[in-house]
Design a protein around this ligand. Structure first.
Ligand SMILES: NCc1cccc(Nc2n[nH]c3ncnc(Nc4cccc(O)c4)c23)c1
Length: 232
């Protein structure tokens, strides 16, 4: 997160850190007791290695009462996701067991009504992604508030030039923005997850490249279907 600030500890109990060999790679959030939702692009550099999922954390390193690292039973990237574009950039992770819910570990509901969030709505995005262009990695969860911008503005030829589909949404990226390591985290508007951070052009903090999110409402059936099929 560029231009943000440290979150109030454990006030975002849905936040997940997707880790490889103890290293934060991507964000995500608890969408059900045994399921975390993140971005398919997060598996690009991991091959077929499985993530571990850290829940209940504020600091990535310090001991905290409800912090716990969960093994992943299976990872389900959306079948339409691919490394050449931002389409269908979703990844469902089934935890080895149901997460133990408590004050610091809670499920976050996601938007199921397929209607655009109004432009200028101020939403929140949090993550352990880099906090400077030089790549500084925070130990503690950061957050920033960002206004939604319309798809038409985001699709202008000087911005994302028509690549933003109805399944995506954008927020202003002037200075305050998402960045490397924030992918997969939720964009929360009025207490509901409306989108998932996707890297898009990978540019951070430049108003000419607004932040892009995969909208969640269009994928409600896929999310429910995978969870139902794998839960058995
Ligand atoms: N703001 C959109 C957004 C959301 C999520 C991730 C991203 N960026 C990135 N995703 N993956 C990346 N691998 C390498 N570099 C990256 N961006 C980067 C790194 C240092 C300085 C800087 O100005 C930008 C990214 C960008």
């Amino acid at each position: 997160i560029l231009g943000g600030y440290e979150a109030r500890p454990h006030l975002k109990p849905f936040m997940a850190s997707l880790q490889l060999d103890g290293q934060h790679v991507c964000g995500g959030f608890l969408v059900a007791e045994q399921w975390v939702l993140s971005a398919a692009h997060c598996t690009e550099e991991t091959g077929d290695k499985l993530f571990q999922v850290l829940l209940g954390a504020h600091s990535l390193t310090e001991q905290e009462p409800h912090k716990r690292l969960y093994r992943v039973r299976a990872q389900f990237p959306h079948p339409g996701s691919n490394k050449h574009n931002n389409k269908d950039d979703l990844l469902l992770l089934q935890l080895e067991e149901k997460a133990e819910l408590n004050a610091d570990v809670q499920v976050l509901p996601f938007q199921r009504e397929d209607r655009d969030v109004a432009p200028d709505t101020v939403c929140e995005v949090a993550g352990w992604g880099i906090t400077s262009h030089s790549g500084r990695r925070p130990d503690r969860l950061q957050q920033v508030e960002r206004p939604v911008i319309s798809r038409d503005v985001c699709n202008h030829r000087t911005r994302h030039d028509g690549t933003i589909t109805n399944n995506m949404m954008c927020t202003d990226s002037r200075r305050r923005d998402t960045c490397k390591g924030d992918s997969g985290g939720p964009l929360v508007c009025g207490g509901v997850a409306e989108g998932l951070v996707t890297a898009g052009s990978r540019v951070c903090g430049n108003y000419k490249k607004p932040a892009i999110y995969t909208r969640l409402a269009p994928y409600a059936a896929w999310i429910d279907g995978v969870m139902a099929s794998a839960d058995g």
